[in-house]
Design a protein around this ligand. Structure first.
Ligand SMILES: [Zn+2]
Length: 573
């Protein structure tokens, strides 16, 4: 039994995430966690809301709420929406909770001992009317290069040039619109990443199980040269720059930058899990306390790769303490909305809570896994969604389950028949399984989720092809025993289809397996060598068969038209 630690990129607190966020981190992490549990491994899957920083403050402000109360509310919303998609976190924590504050302050202290923290004075724009320093992106004004009037303090969206806030003409506060700004000096802590380059490069070189996308992004950053980064901000909402409850002199009213504390949240969420459930978090994270046998797997969108392969490692490796670092890293491209961006303001795209309003989580889980943005970006369209759900889930899986269980009720007294001997058709089906199941497991181990879903679909389709060959409904008229073999094999395929569906569409899978009465210890993914023949005769002869409720309703054209109207469809010409 292996120990596998899984994290998915922490969703930011300001609002419900869209389907692209789900598809590119949380969902595949869950599919993988479920798979590894079914393989019999000891899995710990943690995630958390990333709650600090200016965007949270501003969102709370816009909602007329205290930032703590706002985060409480938004955390609950995100937690519930994760539950709606059956995301099987062992723990869903918060970066604003005590363990993350403790650990963030710990890392800062240790990095300082190692000479990797420097106190430096910077010049920053201060808004007198807002009574606060403004982060670069919250200063806007006219671009000195192209004259664009709403250029941000870090970059001009019109000409793309990188800017400093002081470059802007006619600068104003994005928060209040006030032009009453001045440049003030402020002291900040910097993480001296320039001293970490060799160490991080050696570590990236030694990481053999990263996909090429992740490695190339890490090397691109390293080749450009690391820069020292400020890890504190003049903000109220965040981890205080303090030790043992006492603020660092000159840093009263300052906090660690969200960039610094958020990834520490992976460790902190594990500590929260241990507090809540009585586990030992250090055995998952400290190689001196048992974590040397842990395999750590991270899931994230491609925009987060540099952060996980360079920035966070600078913190962990810089501490020189025996922390666990990532072993396998799975990065995703973008799920697009008809080739464009999801947009809240333009009402394009579906957000997680809205998706659950119109269909159960399994529909989305299947689509987003089968259409995962793995090798390249993948476009969501209502038509593609409708086609995939109707063919894979309603027809290939749903009809199969329904047809064979109902037939058992009507012709075999609702009991699994024991008569007859398997023949050529059953041998064909067994050979299909002998070949396809190892391929499926290999795709899952490799975290190739599109291929894995395609293999599951191929197994479901092979089951349908088997029934077409065996045609028990035809044989029943002349040879009831021969029909019994087909029905028995078909019912065993129903159970197997349920077993294979578990990581992808867990709610439908549970319905199938619960209705059939497959015990928990018979639901595993430990198939062994050449498992086909035994899987096709695994259920006890004579067991009572109850057809499950209809698993998936077909999506009709009228629904598609209604949803395209409500959430946006193909961009109008
Ligand atoms: Zn410009």
């Amino acid at each position: 039994m292996a120990r596998i630690l899984i994290t998915s990129a922490l969703p930011y607190i300001n609002g419900v995430k869209h389907l692209g966020n789900l598809a590119g981190s949380m969902l595949p992490a869950d599919v993988y966690a479920r798979f590894q549990r079914l393989r019999g491994h000891d899995v710990l899957y943690v995630c958390a809301t990333d709650e600090h920083g200016t965007p949270a403050e501003l969102a709370a402000d816009a909602a007329g709420m205290d930032v703590r109360a706002y985060c409480d509310e938004q955390h609950d919303i995100q937690k519930r929406s994760g539950e709606g998609f059956s995301l099987s976190y062992d723990y869903f924590g918060r970066t604003s909770n005590a363990p993350n504050i403790r650990l963030t302050q710990h890392f800062a202290a240790v990095l300082e001992e190692k000479g990797l923290i420097a106190e430096r004075v910077e010049e920053q724009v201060y808004s007198i009317d807002d009574d606060r320093f403004l982060p670069d992106r919250y200063v806007e004004g006219t671009c000195p290069h192209c004259g664009f009037e709403r250029a941000r303090g870090d970059q001009c969206d019109s000409c793309g040039r990188l800017l400093e806030p002081t470059d802007l003409k006619e600068p104003y506060s994005k928060i209040s619109g006030s032009k009453n700004l001045e440049v003030r000096e402020t002291k900040h802590l910097h993480l001296v990443q320039t001293q970490m380059e060799t160490k991080i490069r050696d570590w990236v070189d030694a990481s053999t199980e990263w996909p090429s996308l992740a490695k190339s992004i890490a090397y691109k950053w390293l080749d450009e040269g690391l820069r020292d980064r400020s890890i504190t901000r003049d903000l109220k909402w965040g981890v205080p720059v303090a030790q043992g409850g006492t603020a660092r002199p000159g840093f009263e009213g300052k906090v660690f930058y969200v960039w610094f504390d958020a990834p520490i949240g992976y460790i902190a969420a594990t500590a929260e899990w241990a507090e809540a459930r009585g586990g030992d978090w250090e055995s998952w994270w400290r190689t001196d306390k048992g974590a040397d046998d842990v395999t750590y797997v991270q899931f994230m969108g491609k925009d987060n790769v540099a952060f996980h392969t360079v920035s966070f490692p600078a913190t962990i490796l810089g501490s020189q303490e025996p922390w666990k670092t990532v072993d396998k890293l799975k990065a995703f491209n973008w799920l697009t909305w008809y080739g464009g961006k999801f947009s809240t303001s333009e009402q394009r795209g579906v957000f997680m809570d809205q998706a659950l309003d119109i269909l159960p989580g399994d529909y989305w889980r299947w689509y987003l896994t089968a259409n995962a943005p793995e090798g390249s970006d993948a476009a969501f369209t209502w038509e593609h969604f409708q086609g995939l759900i109707n063919s894979d889930l309603a027809n290939v899986l749903g009809n199969f389950v329904n047809r064979i269980t109902k037939y058992t009720v009507s012709k075999f007294d609702a009991a699994l028949p024991s008569a007859g001997t398997p023949g050529e058709d059953e041998a064909w089906m067994a050979a299909e399984l002998d070949q396809r199941l190892p391929a499926l497991v290999a795709h899952m181990e490799a975290m190739e989720f599109r291929k894995a879903a395609a293999e599951v679909r191929a197994i479901w389709a092979a089951g349908n092809e088997y029934l077409t060959k065996a045609e028990p409904w035809v044989k029943y008229k002349s040879d009831v025993d021969a029909a019994a073999v087909g029905v028995r094999t078909g019912l065993n395929l129903v159970a197997l289809f349920g077993i294979l569906a578990q990581p992808f569409i867990p709610d439908a899978a549970a319905k199938i397996l619960d209705t059939l009465g497959v015990p928990d210890d018979k639901r595993s993914w430990e198939f062994g060598d050449k498992p086909g023949a035994s899987l096709l005769d695994a259920l006890p002869h004579g067991m009572a068969i109850t057809p499950p409720p209809v698993l998936f309703a077909k999506i009709d054209d009228a629904q598609v038209a209604e949803w395209a109207e409500r959430f946006g469809g193909a961009p109008s010409e």
